[in-house]
Design a protein around this ligand. Structure first.
Ligand SMILES: Cc1ncc(COP(=O)(O)O)c(C=O)c1O
Length: 319
């Protein structure tokens, strides 16, 4: 992961204009800062040196999800998903990015006053920054089930990527890291496995892949959908969406996380128990490679997931 602060001269989209990051600031009384009333997204772009192009991964689906999730918070984003993809491509071009990037769209309640009642004073921004690996190790992660439970849908909908909801992930990550783990695993209030702090979870048992269902308080990951498709179509593996019991984590053959930032990350240890033989499993490794190839444009069948930033240049009105 890129640990340094992004370059303040990076051009971002903020309040309907292209401005340098250094000028994209909010007021201390902003509603979202106090009450967490924002909705964000996370999109990756991979640079292909051979193609000389930067490919945004499933950007259209991410923007569709963002607009729907904003609706839950009554945040209005007027542009269509297709227009948002084009705006993001233009940001990459203006910054002349020829490297892997992370795109962070953020919509938020912008009123400057005290009081939780939200109004229709909405604002939104898109920031694109250079971005590397999320985890330092790709040799297998140590995960730990944390004492914090995953937020229930009838408290704060976890599927919506609401800013305030991420306190749940921050607390879980803090607990997991202090215990010496790389990533947290959340249980639901009913004791089933939900997901990681920032990623979905897959388990391999007896040749079948299992992942918690969308009613287990997970974020409905776009990478999760990609992995299910790759497993079914390319590896002919059964993928079952069902609740997972905590102790299944200790008896399964393979375990991995999926997510835009984490990509496909093997989990080789849970709560100090080895997963399977304690090494990166063959199915996980195969899916990681397939996902990597598909998102770099190396598999023609999945090219439709990608938006080439430099190939498709269309005119945008100057800001
Ligand atoms: C809590 C949580 N679960 C799962 C994911 C993975 O979702 P996606 O694959 O759409 O990035 C994320 C991504 O940010 C997340 O924050």
């Amino acid at each position: 992961m890129t640990k340094e602060s992004p370059d303040p001269n990076t051009i971002v989209w903020f309040h309907d204009r292209f401005v340098p990051l250094a000028e994209a600031n909010v007021n201390i009384l902003t509603h979202a800062l106090h009450y967490g009333t924002g909705v964000f997204e996370g999109i990756r772009g991979y640079y292909g040196p051979v193609e000389g192009d930067l490919f945004l991964v499933r950007a259209f689906e991410h923007y569709q999800r963002w607009k729907k999730n904003c609706g839950i918070m009554r945040l209005d984003i007027p542009p269509t998903a297709a227009e948002l993809v084009e705006l993001t491509s233009e940001l990459c071009r203006r910054n002349q990015f020829h490297t892997n990037v992370y795109v962070r769209p953020l919509a938020y309640k912008a009123s400057r006053r005290i009081g939780v009642a939200a109004d229709s004073n909405d604002a939104w921004a898109i920031v694109v920054i250079p971005f590397g690996d999320y985890f330092e190790s790709c040799q297998g992660l140590r995960a730990g089930v944390v004492s914090w439970r995953r937020i229930e849908d009838d408290a704060i909908p976890g599927r919506a990527k609401i800013c305030g909801a991420y306190v749940n992930s921050v607390l879980a990550t803090d607990e997991a890291r202090r215990a010496g783990h790389d990533e947290a695993i959340f249980l639901t209030e009913s004791g089933h496995v939900a997901e990681g702090a920032t990623c979905n979870l897959f388990m391999l048992r007896d040749g079948r892949l299992f992942t918690p269902s969308v009613t287990d308080n997970i974020l409905e990951g776009i990478t999760r959908a990609s992995i299910m498709e790759l497993a079914r179509v390319e590896l002919q593996i059964d993928v079952v969406e069902r609740s997972i019991s905590r102790s299944e984590l200790f008896v399964c053959d393979e375990l991995f996380f999926s997510g835009t930032a984490v990509e496909v990350a093997s989990v080789t240890e849970v709560d100090n128990h080895p997963v399977g033989n304690g090494r990166v499993g063959p199915v996980t490794d195969c899916l990681r490679r397939l996902y990597c190839q598909a998102t770099r444009g190396h598999i023609e069948k999945y090219r439709h997931w990608l938006t080439p930033v430099y190939e498709n240049v269309c005119e945008l009105a100057p800001a």
